[in-house]
Write a protein that binds this ligand. Structure first.
Ligand code: HPA
Length: 276
């Protein structure tokens, strides 16, 4: 796929959406699976199914049909992407980050990404919300490899402060307002779909990781490339393999904990939005 073709696909998707939605939001919110229901409908909501957006990656069987939802929440105009596509589904990096780049073309400036993650740091508790401070990528690819999309960003972007210290400060303020405590930590992205071995988790711990998950990092790389300001929030759904004697991650527990915690995440986001 050459850069020109990719750019044309993004332009086609953006102009389609400009014709469908009333205003262009400055805030994009990507909700990890299981985390978005409690957010509820937006005010003055317009939803566009992924299937209608030209070139938008379509969910595979295991993912559920996604939508991009435009509207306002807590007085702020935003676009919410419920669910995402993952590397483990066999998707290319270009597909995984297509939505991020599309949001950029629509005028988004701040991207808030949420996910479920396993805790490597044993000071974390299941159910904690953790602000991502930095990442380690072990997915054997990244979205910037290949011809650069010069219209979006530089060939060699840096990833210092990829997770905005300013936005992290605002998130802590919002959390205090609603009586939540946010932790902070380094997120390691793994290719999945299998959970890690205990030996891998020990290795990641020594490398400095506090959290492990199978998403987010490709999106952050693409978001920083095109100059979006990023906030990453993980919901700790389990201890990573071997961190506790009983720690054997299952998809069921991940889903169960996201369901238990999505109300509080929605509360946090409602308190955060007016500050953005
Ligand atoms: N490992 C990888 N991804 C995850 C985990 C985990 O333990 N928990 C939730 N997503």
């Amino acid at each position: 796929m050459d850069a020109q073709q990719e750019w044309e696909k993004l332009q086609a998707a953006a102009s389609f959406l400009r014709g469908r939605v009333p205003e262009s939001p400055k805030i994009g919110l990507v909700m990890g699976s299981g985390l978005s229901a409690a957010l509820g409908p937006l005010d003055r909501e317009t939803s566009v199914p992924w299937g209608e957006i030209p070139h938008f990656p379509q969910p595979t069987v295991e993912g559920h049909a996604g939508e991009l939802t435009f509207g306002t929440l807590a007085g702020k105009s935003l676009v919410v992407q419920r669910g995402r596509v993952h590397y483990y589904e066999g998707r290319s990096m270009r597909e995984i980050v297509f939505p991020v780049r599309l949001l950029k073309l629509l005028g988004v400036e701040i991207l808030v990404l949420t996910n479920a993650a396993g805790a490597i740091n044993d000071a974390f508790s299941v159910g904690d919300f953790v602000l991502i401070t930095d990442h380690i990528n072990t997915i054997p690819d990244n979205p910037l490899r290949g011809p650069n999309l010069d219209a979006l960003g530089p060939r060699f972007p840096n990833l210092n402060d990829a997770y905005s210290p300013r936005l992290r400060g605002l998130a802590h303020e919002a959390a205090r307002e609603v009586g939540l405590t946010l932790r902070e930590g380094v997120y390691v992205a793994t290719p999945g779909p299998m959970y890690e071995t205990p030996a891998e988790i020990q290795a990641y711990k020594r490398l400095g990781a506090d959290l492990v998950g199978m998403s987010t990092v490709p999106e952050v790389i693409a978001a920083r490339h095109c100059g979006l300001e990023v906030l990453g929030i993980s919901c700790v759904t389990n201890y990573a393999a071997g961190i506790r004697p009983e720690a054997r991650p299952t998809h069921e527990e991940v889903l169960e904990v996201t369901q238990q915690r999505e109300q509080d995440l929605a509360k946090l986001l409602r308190a955060l939005l007016p500050r953005l």
